[in-house]
Design a protein around this ligand. Structure first.
Ligand SMILES: [Zn+2]
Length: 190
């Protein structure tokens, strides 16, 4: 069994960041959830037989759990970039941000805030990354939605790398308007 965790391996971060895309702290887009009873069992509740994170949820694979509730679980990453690096996952098997339902996503947002504050409370790092990889080209290795909370420190050699020439030229207003309109108009209703 491949026990590798979907850690941002510093050796691969370059490719991951230049070829993929991340959802970085996009939680402000999500409405807070105040009615988790609406959370319905659906096909996404099906455990994936070979999913490492589903096995952690079921207890088949051990994990150092920070907290859990009926919807989510937070535990330590087995390949920490820095001490305190942990993960937050939904207990149900959603692949990533593209298929998670809004209620679970909202709940994760609230608990992500808490987890981030916990990391801050223990390590008081100078920075903390919240990161999600959606899809293999973004660096997602385990296809079960997970959010990294990574405390940063100077010299840890982890981080985003931008392609050469990045910021040499600012995008034109016309380009940005056109792209913004596409994103405004696309239908994303569940
Ligand atoms: Zn799973």
């Amino acid at each position: 069994m491949d026990m590798r965790n979907p850690i941002f391996d510093a050796r691969n971060i370059r490719d991951m960041l230049t070829r993929g895309y991340y959802s970085l702290s996009l939680w402000h887009c999500l409405m807070p959830s105040n009615n988790l009873s609406k959370h319905k069992v659906n096909q996404k509740n099906m455990k994936k037989q070979d999913c490492t994170f589903c096995k952690i949820v079921s207890g088949e694979i051990p994990a150092s759990v920070i907290f859990e509730d009926e919807v989510c679980m937070a535990f330590m990453d087995v390949f920490p970039v820095n001490e305190g690096h942990c993960l937050l996952i939904p207990k149900d098997h959603f692949e990533n941000m593209l298929d998670v339902n809004p209620e679970v996503a909202s709940h994760l947002a609230v608990r992500l805030r808490e987890l981030t504050k916990r990391v801050h409370g223990v390590y008081a790092p100078t920075g903390i990354i919240n990161a999600i990889a959606n899809g293999s080209e973004a660096g997602q290795e385990i296809p079960h939605l997970h959010i990294h909370v990574i405390p940063r420190k100077a010299g840890d050699e982890f981080g985003f790398r931008f392609p050469e020439g990045y910021r040499d030229e600012m995008a034109s207003r016309e380009q940005l308007e056109e792209t913004g309109k596409k994103l405004s108009n696309v239908n994303v209703r569940d």
